[in-house]
Design a protein around this ligand. Structure first.
Ligand code: PMP
Length: 444
């Protein structure tokens, strides 16, 4: 058989990757199996999956219960439509389960196959919501700079990381971005949102969308009062608030959903990733009772929005089992506890190393920033690739995590599976410290 790396080069266009680098370097790692927080490649090298792969393998790898749940459903009813008046038990039960977990007043679920589809659905649903109430001019969506919402049409455009618009230009119009509170404060960030609303025209804005914690932007935890202020500004101008809980949902931040950290209830919530721990694709949008009432009352005829796989029975069966595991094993609580342990480890490390700036966690979503001077927060020159080199050094030490280096930042992100224990947390921190030390020598 032809070498896997050659076949990969010839036939596999990788998502979010450099096509040229693939051709010159080839695939660096070919993963073969997963167990708990560990991944093993085809040479037998073992890695700690400190990113839960793509922030999604919340219950860890190799769960037989999830394989069994999928197999049982596949044998019974692998797929069936949920269009029009058809329905099936797994999707009904999952919608009810998610409603029971979601913040108060969010009780109706539209299913998709992932985060991008969920955010595109949310954008279309809010525009529809305003249209059927005789306010078709309310179409604009305000996102945040450094926000990430996916790569479909609307989700690309609401994403506030310009690199994602480079590929094919803006996909959707009537979308704008306010300042993120990162590197600023609540007052300035709220002033930017208010300014955006006023410049765009208060009566033209359909919704505001934000992640509770910006993930791909670099694990940017907002100031304590920020989300409450956003909620009240949205209320003041009648703007709907969409929380993108694709990363933060299902225990990642130490609560079932990220917004619970501030007691703020959005009008819509999108989710994906952790709902199935990535064992099978699934996502969705949860809408408020008020929005659901308006839809029931005024959305006449067919809602021309639905994916073949909206409510896929096998995906729903896996999600139900995944949530059951989270509840039985107390993984939301473990996320909170181990998040604190990880923070303690980061803080101790910061005391010993000269180039560590801000360290933070919210549940098992964490970040370590590298800076040339912790006093002034001065960054290393971009060409030194400080964070990327630490990621490389960590890789050599058997830990996979991710660097965020937009706009001259050096952020190392962590999102380990929610099953991680204290000794595994210690190992991650020890190897991180060792990796930073090895890079520091070369930076000096
Ligand atoms: N929203 C957020 C906050 C995300 O982090 C992601 C994926 N990283 C998405 C949306 C897009 O999800 P998907 O890749 O499943 O389309």
């Amino acid at each position: 058989m032809e070498n896997l790396i050659e076949l990969d080069k010839k036939h596999f266009i990788h998502p979010t990757s450099s096509i040229q680098q693939q051709q010159t370097d080839g695939a660096k790692v070919i993963m073969e199996k997963g167990e708990g927080i560990y991944l093993t490649d085809n040479y037998g090298s073992v890695y700690i999956d400190a990113m839960s792969s793509l922030w999604n393998v919340n219950v860890g790898h190799g769960r037989k219960e999830l394989a069994d749940a999928a197999a049982e459903q596949l044998k019974k009813l692998a797929f069936s439509s949920a269009f029009s008046t058809f329905s099936h038990e797994p999707a009904i039960k999952l919608a009810a389960k998610i409603a029971s977990l979601a913040p108060n007043g969010l009780n109706a679920v539209f299913f998709t196959s992932g985060g991008s589809e969920s955010n595109d659905s949310a954008v279309k649903l809010v525009r529809h919501y305003w249209k059927i109430q005789g306010k078709p001019e309310r179409r604009k969506i305000v996102g945040l700079k450094r926000g990430y919402h996916g790569v479909a049409a609307a989700s690309t455009s609401v994403t506030g990381i310009p690199e994602f618009w480079g590929m094919a230009g803006h996909m959707m119009t009537e979308i704008t971005h306010a300042d993120t509170p990162y590197g600023s404060n609540t007052e300035r960030a709220i002033a930017s949102f208010r300014h955006t609303i006023e410049v765009e025209g208060t009566e033209t804005i359909a919704a505001f969308i934000a992640e509770p914690v910006q993930g791909a932007g670099g694990v940017l935890i907002p100031p304590e009062d920020y989300m409450k202020e956003i909620r009240s500004l949205c209320d003041e101008y009648g703007i709907l608030f969409i929380a993108d809980e694709v990363i933060t949902g299902f225990g990642r931040t130490g609560k079932m959903f990220g917004m619970e950290n501030w007691g703020v209830i959005p009008d819509m919530m999108t989710f994906a990733k952790g709902v199935t721990s990535g064992y099978i694709p699934l996502g969705g949008v949860v809408v408020s009772d008020h929005i659901h009432e308006v839809l029931k009352e005024k959305s006449a005829g067919t809602l021309f929005h639905g994916f073949t796989y909206s409510g896929h029975p096998t995906a729903a069966a896996v999600a139900l089992k995944n949530i059951e595991i989270m509840e039985q094993e107390g993984l939301v609580e473990n996320s909170r506890k181990m998040g604190s342990a990880l923070l303690k480890g980061f803080q101790n490390m910061k005391n010993e190393l000269d180039i560590v700036g801000d360290v933070r966690t919210m549940g098992l979503l964490g970040a370590v920033e590298l800076v040339q001077d912790p006093e002034t927060n001065k960054r290393f020159p971009k060409e030194l690739k400080a964070a990327s080199n630490v990621i490389e050094a960590l890789h050599e030490r058997g830990v996979i995590c991710r660097a965020v280096t937009y706009e001259n930042t050096d952020i190392i992100c962590f999102a380990p599976p929610l099953i991680i224990n204290q000794s595994q947390v210690n190992t991650v921190v020890e190897r991180l410290q060792d990796a930073i030390l090895s890079v520091q020598k070369h930076l000096e």
